[in-house]
Design a binder for this molecule. Structure first.
Ligand code: BGC
Length: 551
């Protein structure tokens, strides 16, 4: 029989390469997690007197702004299915679940005068259930769903938001801080400010380039800092938790690595995307990056704004108050762009003024990069390696938690493209750790398929499939859920681990609509699965053959 095993191993190696040498291990205390956000998964948009958020308002008033005219009214129905969600998190063997709180579920009008007991109870139950299974809740206080009433006051462009956000944060710290030990204040302020106010891409859907996004960031940074100071002064000692912020960026790769202009464009783009938020908090000197201050001041003057820059100024006191207000650097990153400088004639026609024009960088893609279910998301693992190394160098080695990384497809359970994405991006993270970058955790986006903002339900990021045609919103693990569970359990990447669909998955798949299995077909992943199935068949035949022969 020994001979037959040897033969089988040789056969596997011949077909798939040496699996053992492909296993790589993470540091022992590495944090593994999975994430979601309230508006994307909860549904129950007006359940138990929940108030209206800017996303509720936008999807109901302008359904055409969403690719499939859908909305988050029910979405993955986590408002009712949170127990099942926790089971799914548990089955992934992660130690951390990152989710966000819906402001209007807790304070329907945004203010303290009306606090919803049902809202508090919902999150309290969720937190308790997670803790029951030793899963650490990591809570995002704000993930894009501003109370609509506050938007009517100008939202994040009105400095009045700072004390109001602080009131909301105080309440959630009082309610949940005894059990939640990891907090982030804001998710992706770049998206909130530029895509919400600069260009009409996300709620509240302004189309006002070059001015309100800078006001929005100014207020968000101050609001963030006030909440962190409050936490440190009034809660941290007693509650013994940590608080950071989540900043997002793609890697900005110089189009021509040998061109000094392209390299400068890359550096400038990183300062505009990352430094806009990170420099005030994580750099030694604080404040916005010098390149932003100078460029926007000069351009404002040229554009006739006089001596007042469109980028607001911090006072010395504010610079000091914001600097150092994070216990860790939360980073969301998915992809890479190629960058080169815009020319003096602005021949790419950026609007004037605008964030893009102020930055003066043109972003393109390499047509050879592998795609995904989203046009903006190309698979370039080395980009994540470069980005975290840049953050490490720029801010003197802060602790980085990758709070989001993942890939989209168009549906289906055989998501081998996602498996490959996770393995290759995690290899890049490990390369950076081995080079001395302080990455302490990785949180995959996302736990389950959900409402993908403007893309509605057309793009799926989940490790778990959700059947949106079924009133039960049935959840089924995809292949990637098994693989990620294996990664978290073994604390290592194992390229040779490529499970095939099990019986439960096959039954679930048979019930899905035909168009919900396009990933496998589109990405060629089916052929990988098929190769493996054939390998198995071959092995079985060999085994039977060998046994017969031995007998
Ligand atoms: C956001 C998520 C979103 C993901 C994929 C991130 O920018 O935080 O809410 O689903 O990207 O688009």
């Amino acid at each position: 029989m020994r001979a037959s095993f040897k033969f089988i191993s040789v056969l596997i190696v011949a077909i798939h390469g040496d699996p053992v040498s492909k296993t790589r291990t993470f540091p022992q205390d590495f944090l593994w997690g999975v994430g979601s956000s309230a508006y994307q998964i909860e549904g129950g948009w007006n359940a138990d007197n929940k108030g209206e958020s800017i996303w509720d308002r936008m999807v109901h008033t302008y359904p055409d702004k969403i690719v499939d005219q859908s909305n988050g009214d029910i979405t993955s129905d986590s408002y009712h299915q949170w127990r099942r969600d926790v089971q799914m998190v548990k089955d992934l063997h992660v130690s951390t679940y990152r989710f966000s709180l819906s402001w209007t579920r807790i304070m329907p009008g945004g203010y303290m005068n009306h606090v919803s007991t049902a809202g508090i109870k919902y999150y309290s139950n969720l937190i308790d259930e997670l803790l029951r299974y030793n899963i650490t809740p990591m809570v995002t206080i704000y993930h894009w769903d501003l109370p609509q009433r506050l938007q009517e006051l100008g939202g994040w462009t009105n400095p009045e938001i700072i004390p109001i956000f602080k009131d909301y944060a105080r309440l959630v710290l009082e309610m949940f801080g005894d059990r939640v030990k990891t907090w982030t204040t804001l998710n992706e302020p770049w998206h909130v400010c530029e895509y919400g106010y600069g260009v009409d891409y996300m709620a509240p859907s302004y189309d006002f380039p070059g001015i309100p996004a800078y006001l929005c960031t100014h207020n968000m940074l101050k609001a963030h800092a006030e909440v962190v100071h409050m936490y440190r002064e009034q809660f941290q000692k007693r509650q013994r938790g940590r608080m950071g912020i989540t900043i997002d960026s793609s890697w900005m790769q110089p189009k021509d690595a040998n061109s000094p202009e392209d390299r400068e464009a890359s550096e400038r783009a990183l300062q505009f995307y990352v430094g806009w938020f990170a420099h005030p908090i994580f750099s030694k000197e604080g404040n916005y990056p010098k390149v932003m201050i100078d460029r926007i001041r000069n351009l404002s003057r040229e554009q006739g704004f006089g001596s007042r820059s469109r980028l607001p100024e911090f006072t010395e006191e504010e610079v000091r108050r914001i600097r150092g207000t994070a216990d860790f650097f939360g980073l969301n990153s998915y992809t890479t762009y190629l960058v080169h400088p815009n020319d003096h004639n602005n021949s790419v026609n950026f609007r004037v003024p605008s964030f893009d024009h102020d930055m003066g960088v043109v972003q393109t893609r390499d047509p050879n990069w592998q795609g995904s279910g989203s046009t903006w998301l190309k698979v370039v693992p080395k980009g994540l390696y470069n980005l975290i190394r840049w953050i490490h160098r720029e801010y003197d080695g802060p602790e980085i938690i990758i709070t989001e990384n993942g890939v989209s497809d168009r549906g289906g359970l055989e998501d081998y493209a996602r498996v490959d994405y996770l393995n290759s991006y995690l290899s890049a993270v490990l390369d950076a750790i081995e080079d001395g970058v302080n990455v302490s955790g990785y949180i995959v986006w996302s736990l389950m398929d959900s409402f993908e903002w403007k893309a509605g339900f057309t793009e799926k990021f989940g490790l778990y499939h959700v059947d949106f045609n079924s009133p039960k919103r049935t959840r089924t693990p995809k292949i990637s859920a098994k693989v990620y569970g294996h990664i978290c359990k073994s604390n290592s990447i194992d390229w040779s681990y490529r499970p095939v669909l099990d019986e439960q998955q096959l039954v679930a798949m048979a019930q899905l609509p035909a168009d919900d299995d396009s990933l496998a077909k589109a990405s060629g992943a089916a052929s990988t699965a098929t190769i493996w199935s054939w390998s198995l068949v071959l092995l079985m035949v060999t085994l039977v053959g060998l046994n017969t022969w031995h007998c």
